[in-house]
Design a binder for this molecule. Structure first.
Ligand code: HPA
Length: 293
């Protein structure tokens, strides 16, 4: 399928498109939109967790200007939900399916949904992904809290005219990942008796998995995990002043580290592994409780 490229020549075009999304979503929001969760490969089951009351399921095709997801394992649905047991009514937008640069979208298209949801009021984003692990003590199924990132895509969604209505031209990336949410996550993992690793995520374009030499290079650079998403979303979220938490589900050991070639089916199988999925869900729900407290 060919992605539908947007015509966004100016920041004003972007502003107009985002206002269209806001007009579309406003009547569907029963309470203020507070947070966005972007669900990575195989992690979409979070939306089915009964901690949520689902208000709306909106296929991406119905949302003005949303690109259409083309990759397997990404259904392409925006789910508006509330979390049971929180003091004040608040809506969470669960993005089941995201857009990747390797699908042919521009970086601006990749981050459009997140920018739009930020403009609709969401102040926090929880990002998730499946990633290749580069640390010796990692194993398929491990969860890693992202402390920092290395953008190896060679570009940024903020290249071009700055959308001033979202954020400033030049912006800080020093304190991108929320330390307070990290503390909550670490305590939760301890309570639940699993290890939450922490590390640096290297973002590449894909679609090829890396070469062993590239993995060695990224390892030397200080990265602990590698994947084909997230870094551009972190840039857009930071630009828009959002609070950011990001979690990698280690689906495989990175190229050259597992004694055999990488196989997409095996990578996906681990990403959809139930035990890992449930830990991940518990962790995200815990974070959301804190965000909405
Ligand atoms: N490399 C890049 N992206 C990935 C990997 C990997 O090994 N596993 C899951 N996403």
């Amino acid at each position: 399928m060919t992605p539908s490229f947007h015509v966004l020549n100016t920041a004003e075009d972007l502003h107009n498109h985002i206002k269209d999304v806001r007009r579309f979503l406003a009547p569907k929001l029963k309470s203020p939109l507070k947070a966005v969760v972007i669900l990575g490969s195989g992690l979409g089951a979070l939306a089915e967790n009964d901690a949520f009351d689902v208000q709306e399921r909106i296929p991406y095709q119905q949302i003005p200007h949303f690109p259409i997801s083309t990759v397997e394992g990404h259904a392409g649905e925006l789910i508006l939900a509330t979390l049971k047991g929180v003091p004040e009514p608040a809506t969470i937008a669960l993005m089941k399916g995201r857009f990747h640069y390797y699908e042919g979208y521009t970086m601006q298209e990749v981050v459009f949904p997140l920018q739009a949801l930020s403009y609709c009021g969401a102040e926090t984003v929880i990002l998730s992904n499946a990633a290749g692990g580069m640390q010796k003590d990692f194993y398929p199924g491990a969860l890693m809290w992202i402390d920092d990132q290395i953008n190896l895509t060679g570009t940024s969604p903020l290249v071009g005219m700055n959308p001033d209505f979202l954020g400033p031209r030049f912006f800080d990336m020093t304190s991108s990942f929320c330390k307070e949410l990290k503390k909550i996550a670490m305590n939760y993992a301890k309570e639940q008796g699993f290890k939450l690793f922490e590390g640096v995520y290297a973002g590449v374009t894909g679609p090829a998995y890396e070469t062993p030499a590239e993995i060695k290079m990224m390892s030397l650079m200080g990265a602990s995990a590698v994947g084909m998403s997230t870094v551009s979303e972190v840039l857009a979220a930071r630009h828009a002043g959002m609070r950011i938490a990001a979690i990698s589900c280690i689906s495989n050991l990175a190229a050259g580290m597992q004694g055999k070639d990488l196989n997409h089916e095996e990578v996906m199988a681990m990403a959809t592994n139930n035990r890992v999925g449930l830990r991940f869900q518990g962790l995200v729900i815990e974070l959301l409780h804190h965000v909405l407290a």
